[in-house]
Design a protein around this ligand. Sequence first.
Ligand SMILES: Nc1ncnc2c1ncn2[C@@H]1O[C@H](COP(=O)(O)OP(=O)(O)OP(=O)(O)O)[C@@H](O)[C@H]1O
Ligand SMILES: [Mg+2]
Length: 377
Amino acid sequence: MTLSTTDDRTPRVGQGGAAAGVAVNAVSKAFGGAPVLREVSLTIERGEFVALLGGSGCGKTTLLRIIAGLEIADVGTVVIGGADVTGLPPYERPVNMMFQSYALFPHLTVADNIEYGLRAAGVERAERTSLVVWALRLVRLEGLGRRKPDQLSGGQRQRVALARCLVKRPSVLLLDEPMAALDRGLRDEMQRELVRIQRDVGTTFVLVTHDQDEAMSMADRIAVMDAGRIVQCGPPRVIYDQPASCFVARFVGRVNLFAGRVAAGRPGATEIATDDGLTIRARGQAALGAGSSCTAAVRPEKLLVSRLPAGLANEYHGKLEDLAYFGDVTRASIRIAGGRVVEATLGQLERSSGAPLAVGEAVVVGFDEAAPVVLTA
Ligand SMILES: Nc1ncnc2c1ncn2[C@@H]1O[C@H](COP(=O)(O)OP(=O)(O)OP(=O)(O)O)[C@@H](O)[C@H]1O
Ligand SMILES: [Mg+2]
């Protein structure tokens, strides 16, 4: 193997170097008769950062292992860099995987830990050395190469594990909950670092997480999974603003869901009669037949809470039941007629206009016609 350095930060060696796209085509997998993945299809562009987001047990790790070749799909194919790798063993695929519970070799130094895989792959010594230097710099651990893992912080160990994966220059890097063991502050920092590293190396990243904030802040696109299926895939903003179902709306962000039936539907304007007797007006939605069941989803930050009606298309009288202060935002719970509790995020404006709202006050909560997303699933 030769070292053909295009610039000194990105040596083109190891398993190939160039980022590759991934296509998972109608993959299904069952364990002992229990379906774990059901006809999963996902296309990941070269150099893209995709997050697989879903609750525990929905099949995220299994999907990652199938891409890596550590698990074989019952049906379906996996294509990496344009080549069908469905029948190939893991070591013949241009991918590397950082496991949910990764472990460093405790008796090896940081540098030796990073070098280990290169040695096993038969990379020459001079090249190994320059790659380790490159990887240490990439994860900002220059100068710590001679330490042992137990002389590092949790975040630093995390970076070593990442460097160990990246040093082999995979075309695709699969990361299974890489931040799970870190505390909040460190996690935020590593999330930013990981995005920076991905931009620097240009490798295709597939990140598994059950943390919606992590997926939202890091990924180019999010694939939301539920019970072995990808239920929606798109950029974070689309997932948040146009969820495809109640499940996605609830899973990503906070939401008020008003279930009911279409009372009157014209193209572009829908009136919904909710099960608890409210009327909700929504604009800019696909036309639905009168009587069809649907749910209006309204994000808390779209709700306005005031003492007097503000003239919005949807307004309900209620009582402020709770205020939870989070520093940047305050979450208000308002019980409205019919008994339902809605959640509203109070912005600076609402908090600073006049005397602050107090728990127990009679209030009006409202949102305009553009606020609801009408869901049929
Ligand atoms: N080797 C296996 N044998 C039998 N069942 C398995 C095996 N691997 C996974 N499963 C089952 O498949 C389902 C999906 O597991 P998977 O590890 O893919 O979930 P996950 O989405 O990664 O969850 P988590 O967020 O908890 O890591 C689970 O019900 C799990 O128990
Ligand atoms: Mg998992």
